[in-house]
Design a protein around this ligand. Structure first.
Ligand code: PLP
Length: 459
């Protein structure tokens, strides 16, 4: 608990002198001193030394409840015994076997058993690689060049999907991506009419790719019935439907969003929980599409139609060992359901406190995700759970677009021992009710501090 007269920023730096030193060093060799856009933080990020279960500790000895959870990879928390044991068993046997191995078969079998639409799996090293390969497969399968995506939906950082990740959505150019390349990607709002319009007008569209949670892991929920409608539309217009289940896979349900909503995509992309907290991704789907990756005896035919795919670390044995162990827990214990109950408690608790403190903003989300925004009046906020705040998609995507407030809330929560991920909490199955209640008390104290600094007013 913070009891000082320092400002939020002063408190943050006061508690992190060693991180300040490390950041000064990092800034000389790493752009912005970081290795991921979302880790960029003013005045500087905390440098983490170790993590266990639902917690982590920084170099200055600050203990944090971790709601970043490996960017969503750690549904089972840090160092789950089954995952740790599987990796430890594999390390002395080799981190790269330079050939096929049994664990990759088990890993693919686990995916195919869990995900309703999947017959075959091709492993990659990341979610970005998975969406890149899914798009290539869709293009090869349909013989069409273009991709349709939705405003605000995130699919990694390769050329085809970087456009319209965030508002303003009419911006067509992407630094570093040649215009003719980015012109191959069309983007529309998550509106059935807009999707149909695009598909009808452009017969060159190979696929529609989307986050089945809505943009930003449920930050911008999809309209009711949207997934069923685009399933029908893509089939009708001969385009493939790609569910990017990098976040929702094994979290929304053991079989991902496709199991929860009962809608089968033509291709699925996976990463994060898939590899149990190590690096790894996959593209998966029915044989009719996945077989485009297969060699045949006919070299001339293969040269015309086969989709090539290499990757030094595809299905590396350490990721495979962790993935197999993790998916076994997913199948046996439904950890997503445990995390979901905790996230619900967090969302309801935050909304209750905002209501009681008469402060504008809300907590919302789906599954085990809790998004928070402050400083925006929400019409339909009640002291309860909120799937669809009555706010424009751009506001939801940017969490209120009051960057200063979101930033200060993040620092204030860190001072209180809670690490959020860009204004959101990704809850795991190893967090506890006590963690959630501590977080709620911390949140309330942060609101008081923000009020004391004149950053937040009563409604
Ligand atoms: C929905 C979605 N797709 C793709 C990606 C990219 O995955 P990776 O970071 O493993 O490249 C992410 C990453 O957060 C994601 O959230």
């Amino acid at each position: 608990m913070v009891t000082t007269t320092r400002t939020i920023i002063e408190e943050y730096t006061h508690r992190r002198p060693r991180s300040a030193e490390l950041h000064a060093r990092a800034a000389r060799v790493l752009p912005n001193g970081v290795t991921h856009d979302k880790r960029w933080l003013r005045p500087y990020p905390a440098y983490i030394t170790e993590a266990h279960g639902g917690y982590k500790r920084d170099v200055d000895g600050n203990e944090l409840i971790d709601f970043v959870m490996g960017h969503g990879a750690l549904l089972l928390g840090h160092g789950h015994p089954a995952v740790t044991e599987a990796v430890a068993r594999q390390v002395p046997l080799g981190s790269h076997l330079g050939g096929s191995h049994e664990l990759e078969i088990e890993w693919a079998e686990a995916v195919a058993r869990l995900m309703p639409s999947v017959e075959k799996v091709r492993f990659t090293s990341s979610g970005t690689e998975a969406t890149q390969m899914a798009i290539r497969l869709a293009r090869a399968h349909t013989g069409r060049p273009k991709l349709l995506k939705l405003h605000g939906h995130f699919h990694g950082w390769h050329d085809a999907v970087t456009k319209t990740q965030a508002p303003p959505y009419d911006r067509q150019s992407v630094p570093g991506v040649p215009k003719p390349v980015s012109d191959q990607t069309l983007s529309v709002s998550a509106d059935v009419g807009a999707v149909e319009d695009a598909l009808r007008r452009d017969p060159e569209i190979a696929a529609l790719i989307l986050e089945p949670s809505g943009a930003g892991y449920a930050a911008v929920p999809l309209p009711e019935g949207f997934l069923a409608a685009v399933r029908e539309l893509t089939s009708r217009y001969g385009a493939l439907l790609i569910f990017d289940e990098v976040v929702t896979g094994f979290r929304w349900a053991p079989g991902g969003a496709q199991e929860r909503y009962g809608i089968h995509p033509d291709l699925t992309t996976l990463a994060k929980i898939l590899a149990g907290g190590l690096s790894g991704g996959a593209v998966a789907g029915p044989n009719v599409v996945m077989d485009l990756l297969e060699h045949t005896e006919d070299a001339a035919r293969d040269a015309d139609r086969r989709v090539v795919h290499q990757g030094t670390f595809n299905a590396n044995p350490l990721s495979a060992a962790a993935g197999v162990a993790c998916l076994r827990v997913v199948a046996d214990e439904a950890p997503g359901a445990i995390a979901q109950v905790l996230a619900l408690r967090l969302r309801i608790g935050i909304n209750e406190r905002l209501e009681r403190l008469n402060v504008s903003g809300c907590a919302w989300g789906d599954s085990s995700i809790c998004h928070v925004l402050l400083g925006v009046a929400v019409g339909n906020r009640t002291a309860g759970d909120l799937l669809r705040p009555d706010l424009p998609p751009e506001i939801l995507k940017t969490k209120g677009s009051n960057r200063r407030l979101a930033w200060l809330l993040g620092l204030a929560m860190a001072n209180e021992g809670v690490d959020l991920f860009a204004g959101s909490a990704i809850v795991s199955a190893v967090h506890t009710e006590q963690d959630i209640d501590h977080t709620l008390d911390a949140f309330e104290r942060c609101i008081h501090r923000l009020q004391a600094e004149g950053e937040v007013a009563e409604r």
